[in-house]
Design a protein around this ligand. Structure first.
Ligand code: PEP
Ligand code: MN
Length: 359
């Protein structure tokens, strides 16, 4: 049973304004030096980014890797606020992190994927944030468990945190995939349908693991109607102490954002809505007819099967299917649609037909 969440709309956080999408959060994976933080922030501010991220405490798989600069980095974030007027945010993984962030005026925090997977930590953080007005973004857990994700939102909300959002950053996978973390868009879609009031960000950087995949993932997030993007950006990615392969310079980030096609899911334009619903009604009828035609075809195919059985003839006859495909290809061309698209559909229909005759 879904518990209701009492939330404040994202436009009232004082950070973002929708439309237009996406709301963007950008900044380095990790704060490394004061110079790196300020140079990156300057570059981002110059291209119109107003919300800056930087990891201060980094959850690393192996000890001895760069684990973040800790509290000194919070002073650099204060300078980002003072010099560039940006809002600043970082990841918290314990109550101590929350108290340090509050002390140094961090504007927003997020829970990392490993933290969301741990209800003890989420509870501790929620209690530390009680009576503050900080927006909190919750990344999906490392495993594809939507209830853990929602449970974290509930824990925060029960402690009075109302400025809530989520971040989809993909899920660890034991299979070899092209991305660092497998996107589970269905989790975002499910969350959207259960809690339409919760803004959803996508973190293409941690899904991708590599710069080259950031654009396709960001576009997908926009196509799904997600509100925001959190993208890692570094003034000199080649020197980054963590996640070097997935970070973008501020200039590359703005190029990526400009390359996105963003369509709004809904509009108040009545004439548009009316035209859209008329066309959708047409599509619905055509779809119904397609199913009807498929059912009729299947019936005939069944009869052919019976006939072949009676005549002791093999189900698949060489040459016959090639002739069918040639005809539909020609017909597709004559009707101005891609013949190979039609061939793919007919091959699927044929497979089902053969299965029917084999019954
Ligand atoms: C990060 O945002 O820097 C980070 C560590 O992300 P995640 O929790 O998604 O791994
Ligand atoms: Mn990172």
């Amino acid at each position: 049973m879904a518990n209701k969440l009492e939330t404040v709309p994202i436009n009232d956080w004082g950070f973002f304004h929708l439309p237009p999408r996406p709301c963007v959060i950008a900044g380095p994976c990790s704060a490394e030096t004061e110079e790196q933080v300020l140079t990156t922030a300057e570059g981002l501010k110059a291209v119109g980014i107003n919300v800056f991220r930087a990891g201060i405490w980094k959850p690393r798989t192996h000890p001895g890797c760069f684990e973040g600069v800790g509290v000194p980095g919070l002073k650099w974030l204060q300078k980002v606020k003072a010099q560039y007027g940006m809002k600043v945010c970082t990841e918290v993984a314990s109550s101590r992190h929350v108290f340090e962030c509050l002390k140094y005026g961090v504007d927003m925090v997020w829970l990392g994927a490993r933290t969301t997977a741990n209800p003890f930590l989420v509870q501790e953080i929620a209690e530390a944030l009680r009576d503050t007005d900080l927006p909190v973004l919750v990344k999906n857990p490392v495993n594809p468990d939507i209830d853990l994700w929602i449970g974290a939102l509930e824990r925060l909300n029960r402690e009075g945190i109302k400025k809530l959002g989520v971040i989809h950053r993909g899920v660890s996978s034991s299979e070899k995939i092209k991305y660092r973390n497998a996107p589970h868009w269905e989790m975002a879609v499910e969350l959207r349908s259960r809690y339409p009031e919760i803004p959803i960000f996508c973190d293409p950087s941690h899904i991708a693991g590599k710069r080259e995949y950031l654009a396709e993932l960001s576009q997908r997030a926009m196509d799904l109607g997600l509100e925001g993007l959190m993208v890692e950006s570094h003034c000199d990615p080649s020197c980054a102490l963590s996640d070097a392969a997935q970070q973008l310079t501020p200039a590359a980030l703005i190029a990526l954002l400009e390359s996105l096609t963003v369509r709004d899911a809904a509009t108040a334009d009545e004439a548009f809505n009316e035209a859209l619903s008329r066309l959708r009604a047409q599509i619905d009828v055509i779809d119904e007819n397609l199913v009807y035609a498929l059912a009729s075809r299947m019936k005939v195919s069944h009869e052919i099967g019976e006939l072949k059985k009676a005549g002791k003839v093999a189900i698949v006859q060489a040459g016959r299917w090639d002739q069918v495909l040639e005809k539909v290809r020609a017909s597709a061309r004559a009707n101005g649609i891609d013949p190979e698209f039609v061939v793919r559909i007919f091959n699927t229909i044929h497979d089902a037909s053969v299965a029917e005759q084999n019954k």
